[in-house]
Design a binder for this molecule. Structure first.
Ligand SMILES: [Zn+2]
Ligand SMILES: [Zn+2]
Length: 433
């Protein structure tokens, strides 16, 4: 800690000690004396009522006292400090009972000053009567799960895969790195060779993040015939589109022969659709940041300005704040356990995080030229805590990257220019390799 920091702590401690002494001496004095029922005063303005000051995606500290009471006066500089230091993280407001006596009923005040702690949703968490030091208030916030003094995260990273990826390149999906099953392979013929994808869905993800002209692409796509395992032009396929009862995700089975499709439909259900309808279905739900096709079951839910959208990965979900300029709420699942993580943003910062221990994994990969780049949407994620992240990294030996805070993940998106946002997650600006 630097010298100024130490001096500041000493000063605060002295103020706190003086305040306690003063508060004791004034037991029957001006500090705890509430304005009488007949006290003259103005009506409480609407903006000072609890529902207006709290529940704005930020926790709030409301201090209620009077300009004349001594402990209230001692609170004033502390509140100013907190207001400045925790801007964007905590709403700090002093309310003066001598001007608005009605506040005592509005907030149920018995003693001056009273500090009331609210969570980001506006729920009262705690209240304290009398002088309250800065350290004690910060400690109380921490106890309540809101840590404004959060230390730097420990370093946790993996720079080289724990296991060499020896899978034959032909068996790995170009888009998601997943294994390609023999019945769902989709291919795209390009000038540079054949792109292999694990499923029609990964084809549509690739389609939606290609920036080149895509009109000719359709003629170069092939799907695997579910019945024979042979490739066929996608445009001629009859597709069975069903929802997996366990995951809720669509299952797409492609057939060259309508009879085979009908036979499969009889035994396992699903609706029979052509390539064009499948394309409409698959491209209907997009990431609100990068425009990739997503299945809602796999995506983070993002609320922005009263509208719902999706994040194809947790980092993209935060990117919606950058793209729209709005305060957003992200509901994402821990990649290991599936437990819910809720992030609310305000003015481009993290306003609240549930659970408070949640962290992010920034998937990074060393490029052939030796520099590092993002490993992409399939390799990012949120975790309810560092332990879950470590377990997930252990279970996924090919993943490389590092631990970052969710604030850092948001900050990385907020600093992008509109041009960079437009290019985000796009496959270069050229044809697939
Ligand atoms: Zn894939
Ligand atoms: Zn995305």
């Amino acid at each position: 800690m630097n010298k100024i920091g130490k001096i500041a702590i000493v000063v605060v401690l002295i103020v706190a000690v003086v305040a306690v002494i003063v508060a004791k001496r004034n037991k029957s004095g001006r500090d705890g004396t509430m304005p009488g029922p007949g006290a003259a005063g103005q009506q409480v303005p609407a903006e000072y009522k609890p529902d207006q000051l709290t529940g704005k995606a930020l926790p709030a500290l409301i201090d209620i006292g009077a300009g004349t009471c001594i402990p209230c006066k001692l609170m004033a500089p502390i509140l100013e400090e907190l207001k400045k230091e925790l801007e964007g993280k905590l709403v700090v407001q002093f309310l003066d009972l001598s001007i608005y006596p009605g506040l005592s009923r509005e907030y149920g005040i018995r003693v001056m000053p009273t500090q009331i702690f609210y969570d980001a949703s506006g729920k009262e968490l705690f209240r304290h009567e009398g002088f309250y030091s800065k350290e004690d208030m910060l400690a109380k916030w921490k106890e309540l799960g809101v840590d404004f003094t959060a230390p730097e995260l420990p370093t946790f990273e993996r720079l080289a895969p724990a296991q060499v990826d020896n899978r034959p390149r032909d068996s790995i999906c170009y888009m998601c790195d997943g294994d390609i099953g023999p019945k769902t392979l989709a291919t795209v013929q390009t000038d540079k060779g054949q792109v292999r994808l694990c499923s029609p869905h990964c084809y549509f993800i690739m389609y939606s993040c290609l920036t080149e002209d895509k009109t000719a692409l359709e003629k170069r796509v092939s799907l695997t015939d579910w019945a024979t395992g042979k490739l066929m032009p996608a445009s001629s396929a009859t597709c069975l589109y069903a929802l997996d009862s366990r995951t809720g995700r669509p299952i797409v089975k492609a057939f060259a022969d309508k009879g085979n499709a009908a036979a499969e439909q009889e035994t396992s259900g699903g609706s029979s659709i052509g390539w064009t309808v499948l394309q409409q279905e698959e491209l209907a739900t997009r990431c609100g940041f990068c425009d990739r096709a997503v299945y809602p079951q796999d995506a983070a839910v993002v609320r922005a300005g009263g509208v719902s959208t999706w994040g194809c990965c947790s980092h993209c979900a935060l990117g919606v704040a950058a793209r729209t300029g709005l305060d957003i709420e992200v509901r994402e699942r821990d990649r290991l356990t599936g437990s819910q993580i809720v992030v609310k943003t305000l003015h481009g910062g993290v306003a609240s995080l549930e659970p408070a221990t949640a962290v992010a994994w920034f998937g990074r990969r060393r490029k052939p030229d030796g520099t590092w780049g993002s490993a992409g949407c399939f390799h990012q994620g949120f975790f309810a805590n560092l332990d879950n992240l470590k377990k997930w990294v252990e279970q996924n030996p090919y993943e490389t990257g590092r631990l970052i805070s969710i604030s850092q993940a948001l900050a990385a998106k907020m600093k992008l220019s509109p041009q960079q946002i437009q290019k985000a997650c796009k496959i270069g600006e050229c044809a697939p390799k």
